[in-house]
Ligand binder design. Structure first.
Ligand code: SF4
Length: 209
């Protein structure tokens, strides 16, 4: 079916506001469809962005390496996740991405509790389910980078073989993506949550085309 020019979201308009330019177009109907699918899967917000808005930085993996107990314990975290150069090369093969926002509260954020794991698994599976739906819609390059870390197994099998390889993905931070700067580039709030009982947002990404 032919798509009318007036039905297209022209990301150039978005870019002009931010002083950049891109030739990317996606139909408003397609984006609305993606939004509906994402919301059905529990995401609160869906933002279309250019892959060039996604920022990578060395400090991100530094924080993984020094200060995170997950380092070298999961297939989805460094050093198993794509390194910075590989991430930059991968991003250069995409023009569009979808940022997905989830809203959560979890008093047990700093504890390995069943409630924490439930939230992690839901976000993980929702991102991968949407990636699959996008693939079936024709976005054959769709690739998800879910929020947090993979908790599909109580304990990751790493370095032994992953138990659910179809659902194995790296997280944004694990690939060296600077989520804070990326959010700023999309004019989204980057406020920190200071009390563990407060609501917080988490972010997943799907590289699209
Ligand atoms: S599915 Fe299990 S083994 Fe595979 S990355 Fe996730 S936690 Fe690790």
């Amino acid at each position: 079916m032919a798509v009318r020019v007036e039905d297209l979201i022209d990301l150039r308009d978005v870019r002009q506001v931010r002083g950049k330019q891109s030739p990317n177009l996606i139909s408003q109907d397609s984006f609305r469809q993606i939004e509906i699918l994402a919301k059905e899967l529990g995401f609160r917000e869906v933002h279309l962005s250019q892959a060039s808005d996604i920022v990578t930085a060395r400090w991100v993996r530094l924080k993984c390496r020094y200060g995170c107990a997950k380092y070298n314990t999961s297939w989805c975290c460094p050093p198993a996740a794509p390194n910075l150069q590989m991430t930059r090369d991968i991003l250069s093969e995409y023009e569009l991405a979808i940022l997905l926002v989830s809203e959560n509260t979890n008093e047990h954020f700093y504890r390995n509790s069943p409630s924490k794991r439930r939230i992690q698994i839901k976000q993980w599976k929702s991102t991968i389910a949407l990636e699959r739906k996008l693939f079936l819609m024709g976005y054959y390059k769709a690739f998800g980078l879910p929020a947090d870390t993979c908790a599909l197994c109580k304990e990751c099998a790493y370095p032994k073989q992953c138990k659910f390889p179809n659902e194995k993905r790296p997280t944004m931070e694990a690939c060296g993506i600077d989520v804070f700067q990326t959010l700023k580039n999309l004019d989204l709030s980057t406020g920190l949550v200071r009390k563990v009982q407060d609501c917080f947002y988490s972010y997943s990404l799907i590289l699209l085309a």
